[in-house]
Design a protein around this ligand. Structure first.
Ligand code: GTP
Ligand code: MG
Length: 650
């Protein structure tokens, strides 16, 4: 408990601040001056005087505000590492050396941060000890121009020197103000996601992974899954900024010691999450910003995809357009060439080319993921762009509404909706309930959801099917439930079919009688010919008494088909004039009732009746006596006991 409190006090539930800026502009020196921690810890970093790997420290901004600090490299060959660091940050510390002003990686880093949706920033105009006030103002103006077209345009700039310490308090104050005013940029709901930026072994304890945690919290003992491999492990230990803790909250720099995996099972770029929380994909629909400095990409462009801490070769192609136009914002389909990548809607990504350009280095664009399970539609299909406009609102209700709508007659399961949206279970459930209450979607069974207008179309289909049955065969009382469901399109699952029938019944559009379904109020009707036929059947049944002909013989006698006769017999059974017995026999109802009276009287007198006595009571042969004995059993008059029948109690 003590360690957990320590971790939470130390900004575990706080925000992540990241540096950015051109090589050698003093990012790491500033981190050291602010925190007392040198983020450049590798011997190679010391020897070359540059940052190579991401560095981490905890920054106390005073007045209880603490943030995690991620220091990135400025080298133009290490932009991928910069993106991996910037991906988890909430706030930006843009470092510009006052003696040099805006330089190529200042531009590229700013473009990347803008594409990542980072909109809270403080600019540190550093190395002020080397220049006069005029140079500081020139640098300030330079930065203002650079930020003008971005979401960072209102960032305050603070002159500072890491060497003399001048301006550090002002910088701290500006950062504190920013931290207190800012909501987190990365998700604090949904499944925990730790995009892994480092993997190493702890002797005797197995592998450790580090990253900036977003989404939900992680706890010691949690079962976890590595994406995209799907490998499972358990969290044996957790640290936030080097302090052991029970639980790491989203928005913290965290290290997790894993049980059940080898170092070789893990790599930078993987995502640690809860089991079954999300899946990886090789295609996604995205909202793309193509930088003004990027080339015209007609048909599609091969890119290097950077998302989270992952790097992939990929392909981007415009949706609903012919080309990726410089300066355009459009929808695009992303295809990952070398293996699935763990993504959720709302995730940001950077697209880089393979040559360095004058504007933002090799960075061509970037954007936000809208759909990690894109439908199989042509990119030119206008419906695709229409759906993406809805998903681009990034509103869970609209998102779920659209996913249920496009699932059509098939509907979509709860688990799939949860995984495709990346929202937590409670919110998804609540939102679906509210959509159902509003009549926009319908729940089929416990976990399938289908669009309300799709259900209506299916209702119409079934009503029409019943209508044409009644018109074609007025004698038929209805359609068996299974046959009726068979009238639905093949992709309609059973629970949706049942929902449609239940809705029609609730709306009193149909009557369900046992296994039979009919249009509400439909009564079998007889035409003149059928009426005449039934009258002849009834007369002959009365005459035959307990010895009626088989349906086959009867059909011949009446000169109708066996099917037709069966329809007529079934009709007379429903009307109560005939009684059907096992063995495909139809008896006159009154003859059966008379027999029942005789059998009961016999049993009252003798307690039991054997087959010979039964035959005497029916006055017929075995052909009809055995079915009649079974019929009275079925009617709960008698009960079989060995070779004899006895009276059923009650
Ligand atoms: N005079 C002066 N020199 C500084 C100041 N800040 C940093 N330096 C020097 O600038 C050089 C680069 O500093 P770093 O902090 O390593 O720069 P960086 O931005 O982290 O570099 P990369 O991480 O490689 O992109 C070092 O020699 C520092 O001593 C400052 O405020 N004044
Ligand atoms: Mg550095």
């Amino acid at each position: 408990v003590a360690t957990r409190d320590a971790a939470e006090r130390k900004g575990a539930a706080g925000l992540v601040l990241g540096t950015a800026g051109h090589i050698d502009h003093g990012k790491s020196s500033l981190v050291l001056a602010l925190t007392g921690v040198d983020p450049d810890r590798l011997p190679e970093e010391k020897a070359r005087g540059i940052t190579i790997e991401l560095g981490f420290a905890e920054l106390d901004l005073g007045e209880g505000a603490r943030v995690s600090l991620v220091d990135v490299p400025g080298h133009d060959k290490l932009v991928r590492t910069m993106v991996a660091g910037a991906t988890g940050i909430d706030l930006l510390l843009l470092v510009v050396a006052a003696d040099e002003g805006v330089m190529p990686q200042t531009r590229e880093h700013v473009a990347i941060c803008d594409l990542l949706g980072i909109d809270r920033c403080v600019v540190a105009l550093t190395k002020t000890d080397l220049v006069d006030a005029e140079m500081i103002e020139l640098a300030r103006e330079d930065v203002r121009e650079l930020l003008a077209g971005t979401a960072l345009r209102d960032a305050p700039s603070v002159p500072v020197s890491a060497r003399t310490g001048e301006g550090l308090d002002d910088l701290r104050a500006a950062l504190r103000e920013l931290a207190c005013a800012s909501p987190p940029r990365t998700a604090r709901t949904g499944p925990p996601r730790l995009p892994i930026d480092r993997v190493f072994a702890m002797r005797g304890f197995g592998p450790v992974v580090t990253g900036t945690l977003t989404g939900g919290a992680l706890q010691i003992g949690d079962g976890v899954e590595i994406q995209p491999s799907g490998r499972q492990a358990r969290i044996r230990g957790l640290q936030v900024h080097g302090v052991a803790c029970e639980r790491a909250a989203p928005g913290s720099r965290c290290a997790a010691n894993l049980q059940g995996l080898e170092i070789a099972d893990l790599a930078r770029g993987d995502v640690l999450t809860h089991p079954d929380a999300m899946r990886s994909t090789v295609s996604a629909d995205v909202e793309l910003v193509w930088l003004p400095s990027a080339p015209n990409g007609s048909g599609g462009v091969s890119i290097e995809l950077l998302t989270g801490t992952a790097e992939r070769r990929a392909h981007l192609a415009p949706i609903g357009g012919e080309a990726l136009l410089p300066g355009a914002r459009c929808f695009a389909r992303l295809h990952v060439d070398d293996g699935p990548v763990p993504l959720l809607p709302g995730d940001r990504f950077i697209a880089r080319g393979f040559v360095r350009g004058p504007g933002a280095g090799a960075t061509l664009g970037g954007g936000v993921v809208l759909d990690v399970a894109p439908p199989h539609r042509r990119r030119s299909d206008p419906a695709l762009a229409r759906e993406l406009r809805v998903l681009a609102r990034r509103d869970l209700r609209d998102d779920l509404r659209e996913r249920v709508r496009r699932s059509g007659f098939a509907g979509v399961g709860f688990e799939r909706l949860r995984k495709e949206t990346g929202a937590d279970e409670t919110s998804v459930r609540a939102m679906l309930e509210s959509l159902a209450a509003a009549g926009e979607i319908a729940a089929a069974g416990a976990r399938t959801f289908v669009d309300a207008s799709a259900v209506e179309r299916l209702q119409e289909r079934l009503e029409a099917a019943l209508e044409s049955l009644h018109a074609a065969e007025p004698l038929r009382p209805g359609m068996p439930r299974g046959a009726l469901r068979g009238q639905l399109p093949g992709n309609v699952p059973g629970e949706v079919g049942e929902l449609v029938i239940a809705r029609l019944e609730a709306a009193a559009r149909i009557d369900v009688l046992g296994d039979l379904v009919r249009r509400a109020g439909h009564a079998p009707t007889l035409d003149a010919e059928a009426r005449a036929a039934t009258e002849r059947i009834l007369a002959q049944a009365r005459e035959a008494g307990l010895d009626p002909p088989s349906p086959r013989d009867w059909a011949v006698r009446l000169g109708v088909s066996v099917d037709r006769l069966r329809d007529l017999l079934a009709h007379l059974e429903r009307s109560g004039d005939l009684v059907r017995a096992p063995g495909d026999l139809w008896f006159d109802r009154r003859a059966v009732e008379a027999l029942r009276g005789r059998v009961v009287a016999h049993l009252v007198a003798h307690g039991r009746i054997d087959p010979a006595a039964y035959k005497a009571l029916t006055g017929t042969t075995r052909r009809t006596t055995v079915p009649l004995m079974e019929l009275l059993d079925e009617l709960h008059v008698t009960r079989r006991q060995g070779d004899v029948r006895v009276l059923r109690r009650g």
